[in-house]
Structure formats: C-alpha cells, structure tokens
Design a protein around this ligand. Structure first.
Ligand SMILES: *Cc1c(COP(=O)(O)O)cnc(C)c1O
Length: 955
C-alpha cells in the first residue's frame, strides 16, 4: 500500500484521487471482505492471464485540474470563432443564461440516467413531453418522439419507416436535390446495404415519373428556397408513397406546417432552439408522424399513464418496438435519445413562448429580406424570391474574392457547388448584414433598406394555425418563474448528484465538474461543423491526441470519432466489415453470429447493414457456448461475415475462451466485432486489439465520463485494426471519396463533448486509468461478496470473481414469496436509490455496476438497503403479510402515503416511507407512486392535451 501511495502521490495525485471513490484504507478493508491478498492478486483472479496487456499504459504525465483547465484554454485559443452564415442545418442561437446554468451546467440534469424507472424521472419526462408537444404543434403532426441523434440520421430513419409502410413495391426513394448534402450522404450510406436506390431530383418537376416508395423534401431547402410542396406531396400520395418533410422549426412559426401540407412524417433539428453548434453537436433531432405510423416510430416516446393512486404520471411508451425486445426486427437500433438537448430546446420554447419564437423568426426573416434587397442593389439577385432566412447567390467570377472579403470581416459564408449561401439566424445583427454587403462590394446602410423592404414569405404558405397553446408555454416568461420551473422538475428526479446509480452495463461514474467546464466556452460551443478547418485547429489537435490515446488504450490502429452513440458505432463498425469483405470480392459474407446474451442493439445493427443474424447459445454458467459457436461458424464458413461479442460478457464475467472465439471466427474468414461497452473493466489491463478483435465501439458516455444527460447525448467512436481503417466512415465535408459514407450528420459527431473524455484522460494519465479499472473491479467484487448470501450472484468465473459488474438473482424468491424484480427495484427508491439494470441480460434478475467512483460508504449504504429488502422478503415468506399487502408491492411510497388520513395497510406508514436506515431529514420523495405501464400503452397520450381538456377536467 505504501509503495502505491507514494507513486500515485507523485504522478496521478490530484485528480485520480478525486475520481476514485474508495480511499486506500477502504481498499484494504474491501480486499479483506472479498478475500483477496492485494489488488494485483484480485486482478490475476479476475482476468485470464492470456489477455493481460504487457506494457503499462503510457499516456504522458497527468495534469491537475488547474493545469487541465489552463491546457483547455490554450486549445480554445487555437479555435477561431467567426460569425457563421454557413447554414446547412446549423444556426447560431442564443442559449438563455438561465437555461445554460441551470440545465446544461447542472448535474441534476446532466448526470441523470435514461428514464426507465419513471417514478424517479418525472421531471425530465415532463420536459421531454413538452418537447414532443412542441414538435407536434410546430409540425402539425400527431405523435413525436423524444428526439433522435441528428437531422441526417432522422431522415434515414424516416426513409426506413416509409419503406415499412409504403404501398409502393419499388425499393427506390426520392430525395429532394435541395436537401442538406450531409443528409443525402447519410441516407446513401443507409440505403446501399439494404439494396434501396435513391433518386435525386426536383420534387416540383421530377416526382411524377419516379416510381418511388417515398420522398424526402427539405422545407425551406438548403439553398434557402421556400417552395410550395403541396403538389409534390399530392403526387406522392396519389402513388401510395409516403411524404417526409425535413423542416426548420423556427421557420415553422411563420409558415404552414408539414402536417397542413399533407406530409406523413416530419424530421429536422432542434439545434437552433438554444443549443450551441459545438462543431457538430450534440443536438436533438426530431421526428413526428401521423397517428397511423406511431407504432413504427423509432426512438423514445414519452407517454402519459397513471400511478397506483390513479394520478397522471409520465413514462416511456411502446417500449416493445425497441431493440431490447424486438432485436433484429426492431424499428431501429437507436437506444439513446438526445435528452439533455431536447430538454434545452423545450425550455427555450417554454421561456420564449409562441409569441417570443414568432418574434425571433420575424426578426431573422426581416434581416434576410433586407439583405436580399441590398444584394439585388449590388447586382447579386438571390436565386429564389421566396425564402425564410437563407439566400443563395450566384457570384460568378467574384466568388473567391467575396469569400475572402467576408473572411476578413470574420464571417464564414456557405460555399456551395455553384453559388454562395448566406444563412442568417437569431444572432445576426444589422451590422452583420452590412458586413456581408461590403464583402459583395458595396457600402449600404441597413436602416435605409429596412424602411423600403417587404417580407418574402409567399402568402399562400403563411402559417394560420396556432401552436404552443398549452399553459406550460405561457407561464414562465420571467426569469424567476423559469428558474423555479426548472428547479421544480429537477427536484423530482434522482440523478448522480443524489445517489449511486448502480446500472449494469451503463457505467454511471463521476462526471467531474472540471471535465464539463470547457464545452460551454464559446471557442468550443460556437463553431459550425463545416467551418474552414484552419479555424478549428484547437479541436483538431484535441481529436488527434484523443485518437492516439484511444488507440493506445485499445490496441487498435485507427479511430473514427464520428458515431454519436454506441449503437451507431456498431453500425459503423459493421459497415467497415461489410466493405472490407466486398473489397476482397467476398460480398456474399452476410452471416453475423451473435450470442443469445447480446445487447439488443447488436442484432438490430446487424440487420441495418443487411446481415443475417445467427444466434449462438450460451452455457449454463453464462459463457458463450464455444462448441455451438464452432459448429455455426463451420456451417456458415463460406458466408461468415462477423461475430459480435461483448467482452467482458454482458453477464459480467471475463470468459476464458475469448482468444479461441476470435481464432475460430478468423479461421472461417469472419471478422470480430467486440462490443466495447464494458471497456471500463479493461482500460490499462487488457486491449481488445491485442487478443484478436478487429473493431469495437467505445461508449465514451460510459467508460470515458461523458454524462448520460438523462438518456443522451453520448459518443460511440470506433477503433479498428489497420486492415479496416480504409473503411471507416467518410463525410462529404472532409473526405467525399471514402469507400464508406458517413453515419452522422457531422464529420466528428458530437465534437463538443469529446472535450469531456479528453480532459478525463488528460487528468487521469495511464496509471490513474488503470487504477480506476482495478477499483471498478474491486467495487463490483465487494458488492458481489456482500450480497451473495442474500441474493445469489448468478455468474462468476472459475476463481469466483466477477468483472466490473455482477448479476444477482432474486428469481427463487418469487416462488417462496411472490416478490418480483420490479418490487425490489421500486422498493430501492424508498431507500433513496436508482434500481440496477432490470431483466437484462437475464429476465427476472438485477445487474449491478458500481464503477470506481463510488466510495465504500455508498456501496455499503446500497448493500445495506438490498439486505434490508431481503429481510422484508423474508417477512413475506414467514407469512407476516401477503406480497400484495407488503411494503414491497406498494413501493415506492410517496408523500401521499405518509399524509394518508385513512391508512389501512398491514404495515406502519413509517415502515413504508422510512425503511431501515433511511434518513428522515434527507429523504428523496418520488412524486408519483408505481406507474402503470399497461394502461399507458393502451391509452397512448404523447403530447400535452389541448387546453380545452384542462377546462373540461376543471369543471
Ligand atoms: C450501452 C450498450 C450498447 C449501446 O450503446 P448506446 O450508446 O446506448 O447506443 C451496446 N452494447 C452494450 C453491451 C451496452 O451496454
């Protein structure tokens, strides 16, 4: 111990000590409980020696928190923030400071988990419900989801939805030539493996003759042109094809909604509602559909249900559509939303209200109209007479000169194939407009032109319908009201700022404050993803170093930072494997072996790249059945594309056979996709690239500290061995001729949050990271040791060890007491905890992952709660009351219970509300009782009811 303290005192001192929960003394005590001589000895008993990495991680000297901030300031200085008039789906925006500080910079919001446990998530569920209401209102459609990753992937998802519902047989899809180029590129990536063709054309002239199952139309177009899409939509309808409209939310406050135009689906980005551009993200995309399509809608949907007392309560609706249940038949592989960003966008609309949003839109439009008038005067008539906020101008031979003069004014213009694009936004001032005129060679006065300019929205496209009529969008105009509304909602939720969130497979570790600081600096926040590269030198220095570190950590040769989630990383990795086989003339290799224990995203991703899933059995002890794998690999030898395997396994164990599994698959010409979600058990100890894997995604929001944000954002970069490096995703903005197209709208995905993982590694250093892994494994083994006698630990390796998580098995207790895994999960809320992962990967069990950040005190508090719950189950077993009458089934208890004047239960109110050891002073009260899931799916309500319903209810 002394030796370790000395070395860490010198190198990893400052930050690693803060990041890692247990103290040196705690570690000694915990080792005793688990019966291991030392941390090293425990590692030797946990990981197979054959996969241990030879050399220690050398990532350079770790920086202290103070040094790290100074370093980030230096990188920030290398980014140059120009005024962006590039447009193309990304706009400058003003994030109200009250929202920035109290949501984006507030751990109560950003450290929350995906709201699978609705009782402790009512705050963010309400905020997401507001988001859905806002999207439904603005698009004029019936059901919206709680956000998707970005506009381009939302468009690709919409195309897939259309394919499932279209009456047209042809596997061809029409794309408006005025769509954002990155959207078209992502759709091409998506269509190709499924054998769908894309027809690009002008929807006003080319649709009639096209035999297509659906079409994507941009509204207004990427060029800025505002066209009446009604004839195009009518033409699609006449064929039985589906009409998808990609629409700008701010424009929709002034122009007729996609629903009114007849669209079936609307998609787009909510970025300009207060979310910084962040050199690509994260931002919330949206998707809304007509009622008839709602059961095929991908992503999360928040619905309204009732709780145990019949009071309204929010929850995630229609989860049976998702990959966890439907696997390769799921509507998509998307597991996360962009919750934090959707919440910000909804709060932006709540703060401004419909009249505020309309005013912002009017001002932006007015400035654009004045800009157009000036440009006409200077001899540069815009391509379209009708527009909202964007103009395209054919500058002819003057083009280069104009772009250079704009750059001298610190303005970036959009540089298209033939024309220049100028996109205005909420931050545009008259001075900006005058600067653009100067770039075009004229000195004009804004005020003069303003007086004589008319707006340029066509009369027959003007919006006539109301939106955001619900009271929530009218009650929070003062900053005081807004502040209190956000505080009220966050107080309803349980996030990492209150208690441990022991979710298996999700690695809910510390999201340190220092890691979060730089992403809201303007030098990182206000860069457009397609800004000239030399203006983003700080970002690129960060990317290069982060890629190198991730290669060192994983043993891979190249990294793509593009995928925006783990599931999107899986998709990108499988595309690389597919392209690799094709390049070797083996495109018939389409079989993907996936163990039955795999995460649902694995089969869903395989289906997206056109692979056929063959399920491999697992043995009783949870390991992959190597004999079954060998037999299936042999059977499909000629067509074997890949195996997808999670390591350590989803059962929380380092299987001994991993090398052998890789060898078998390679022996039959297949590639090894190693799902890297569990990398937190490996960093510094073993490297997938060394023991046989070809490609992995790395969930930066698990192992590398990006907060979960209540269900997103995240980042899922992939690492590959050299032979797959040519097949990493390309992007029209950076590498147009890549053999594999982009999987995300932005070339570096959600670039701004890469700062978080970067700072984490910077401050931990190689030794600190290794120590974190060791303590994560120690913490899990400590929990396993303390709980095993009460809830048996389902899977261990031959030496009785678990990896960084463990599955406990209450199933036998169902027979003896009737208790369900739900009862235990909900009773944990009464003890102030978020439940562990329920029923994955084994139905009826709980998967617990403590992470290295939880102290021994918090682990003990959790174990004590679990043991107390076991005692309550014993009371049911002993006949004190039936399970239906027990505090377990009535959990979680709320203020309605403690204030119940008519209490007739078989146990005392205090026993229900303040079980063993729960502080009366610091009690977390969830706002609703147990939520009824079935009711909510039968009576689907996914947006705020119209005000008339409230009036009726009040009568
Ligand atoms: C979390 C997880 C994924 C998916 O990652 P997302 O970022 O949520 O899309 C895939 N596999 C495993 C084992 C995971 O735990």
């Amino acid at each position: 111990m002394t030796a370790h303290r000395k070395s860490s005192g010198e190198t990893a001192a400052n930050f690693a000590r803060r990041h890692i929960g247990p103290s040196a003394r705690d570690v000694t005590a915990m080792l005793e409980t688990v019966g291991a001589k030392s941390v090293d000895a425990l590692m030797a008993e946990t990981l197979p020696s054959s996969i241990r990495q030879a050399a220690p991680l050398d990532l350079g000297k770790p920086l202290s928190e103070t040094e790290a901030i100074a370093h980030m300031a230096e990188l920030a200085r290398q980014n140059q923030v120009f005024t962006s008039l590039i447009g193309q789906g990304y706009s400058g925006t003003i994030l109200p400071a009250v929202i920035q500080r109290n949501i984006l910079e507030n751990p109560a919001w950003y450290t929350a988990y995906t709201p699978y446990q609705p009782e402790i998530s009512q705050g963010r569920l309400e905020a997401l419900f507001n988001f859905q209401t806002m999207i439904c209102d603005l698009t004029g459609l019936d059901v919206a989801n709680a956000s998707l990753l970005d506009e381009a992937t939302a468009a690709a998802e919409a195309m897939a939805l259309a394919e499932r519902h279209s009456k047209v047989e042809a596997k061809a899809f029409f794309v408006d030539k005025d769509v954002h180029p990155q959207t078209l590129a992502v759709m091409r990536t998506r269509a190709e493996p499924l054998g769908w063709t894309l027809v690009v054309g002008d929807p006003l002239t080319d649709l009639d003759k096209a035999d297509v199952l659906g079409a994507l139309l941009q509204y207004p177009g990427t060029s800025g042109a505002l066209r009446d899409l009604r004839p195009a939509i009518a033409a699609l309808k006449a064929k039985g094809a589906l009409a998808i409209v990609a629409a700008d939310l701010l424009a929709l406050t002034l122009i007729a909604s996609p629903g009114e135009l007849g669209a079936d689906i609307a998609v787009g980005s909510a970025q300009r509602f207060g979310v910084p551009m962040g050199y690509g993200g994260p931002h919330a995309a949206y998707m809304a559909v007509r009622d008839a399509l709602k059961r095929s809608l991908p992503g999360r949907i928040v619905g309204l249900s009732v709780d145990s007392r019949g009071a309204p309560a929010y929850r995630l609706a229609l989860q049976t559509r998702e990959q966890h249940i439907r696997r390769e038949k799921a509507t998509s592989n998307i597991c996360t939303a962009q919750v934090l960003l959707a919440v910000i966008a909804a709060m932006y609309a709540t703060y401004h209200g419909p009249e505020g949003l309309t005013q912002i839109a009017r001002t932006v439009h007015r400035r654009t109209a004045v800009l157009a008038a000036g440009l006409r005067k200077l001899g540069f008539a815009p391509d379209s007479d009708t527009f909202f906020d964007t103009l395209s101008v054919d500058a002819g031979a003057k083009r280069t000169e104009i772009v250079a003069r704009a750059a001298a004014e610190k303005i970036n213009l959009g540089v298209g194939d033939a024309s220049l694009r100028i996109a205005l936004d909420e931050t545009t001032t008259p001075a900006t407009v005058e600067a653009v005129w100067r770039a075009f060679g004229g000195t004009l006065a804004y005020a003069e032109l303003d007086a004589t300019t008319r707006e340029a929205l066509p009369d027959d496209l003007k919006r006539t319908t109301t939106f955001l009529t619900h009271p929530v969008f009218h009650a929070h105009r003062s900053e005081t009201e807004m502040l209190r509304y956000m505080r009220k909602l966050s107080d309803r939720d349980l996030a990492l700022d209150r208690a441990m969130i022991p979710l298996g497979s999700c690695t809910m570790k510390l999201n340190a404050t220092t890691e979060m600081m730089s992403l809201t600096w303007p030098e990182f926040g206000n860069l457009h993803p397609f800004a000239p590269r030399e203006q983003a030198a700080g970002y690129h220095a960060l990317f290069a170093r982060l890629e190198k570190w991730l290669c060192d950590i994983t043993g891979y040769d190249a990294i793509s930072l593009q995928p925006n989630s783990g599931a999107q990383g899986e998709y990108a990795g499988l595309l690389a494997i597919r392209a690799y086989h094709a390049a070797r003339g083996e495109s018939h290799r389409k079989i993907c072996l996936i163990p039955s224990s795999a995460h649902g995203t694995n089969p869903a991703s395989a289906a997206m790249v056109g692979m056929d899933v063959v399920v491999v059995a697992c043995e009783k002890n949870g390991d992959v059945d190597v004999n079954d794998l060998r037999a299936k690999a042999e059977q499909h030898s000629n067509d074997l594309a890949a195996v997808m395997i999670t390591y350590p396994s989803t059962h929380g164990v380092f299987e001994e056979h991993i090398k052998e599994i890789c060898d078998i698959v390679h022996g039959h010409g297949g590639q090894v996709y190693l799902d890297g979600a569990n990398l937190n058990a490996q960093v510094g100890l073993s490297r997938p690239g060394d023991y046989g894997a070809d490609v992995s995604h790395l969930n930066l929001h698990k192992t590398f500290c990006i907060p979960h944000g209540g269900g997103g954002p995240g980042m899922g970069p992939i690492g590959v061995k050299a032979h797959l490096a040519p097949f990493l995703p390309g992007h029209p903005a950076t590498q147009a001729d890549a053999p594999v197209g982009p999987v995300s709208a932005a070339p570096f995905g959600s670039a701004s949050i890469l700062t978080i993982s970067y700072i984490y590694i910077l401050m931990m250093g190689g030794e600190g990271l290794k120590r974190a892994t060791e303590i994560a494994i120690l913490n899990a083994n400590y929990i396993a040791a303390r709980l095993d006698a009460h809830f048996p630990v389902l899977y261990k390796n031959e030496k009785g060890r678990v990896a960084h998580e463990c599955i406990v098995d209450p199933r036998p207790l169902k027979t003896t007491s009737g208790v369900t895994v739900d009862d235990i999960a909900k009773r944990l809320i009464d003890y102030g905890f978020h439940a562990p992962t329920m029923s994955f990967p084994v139905p009826g069990t709980l998967m617990i992952e403590p992470t290295e950040s939880e102290s021994k005190a918090e682990l003990d508090r959790f174990c004590d709660a679990m043991i107390a719950i076991r005692k309550e189950i014993a009371e049911v077993e002993a006949g004190r009351f039936k399970i239906e009458a027990s505090p377990l089934r009535h959990a979680p208890h709320t203020v309605h219970d403690i204030a119940d004047d008519d209490w007739k239960r078989a146990y005392a109110r205090s026993e229900g509300c303040f079980p063993d050891g729960v502080s009366r002073t610091d009690k977390y009260w969830c706002p609703v009782g147990r939520v009824d899931n079935v009711y909510g799916d039968r009576n689907l309500v996914c947006s705020c009811p119209p005000v008339s319903d409230y009036a009726e209810a009040a009568e």
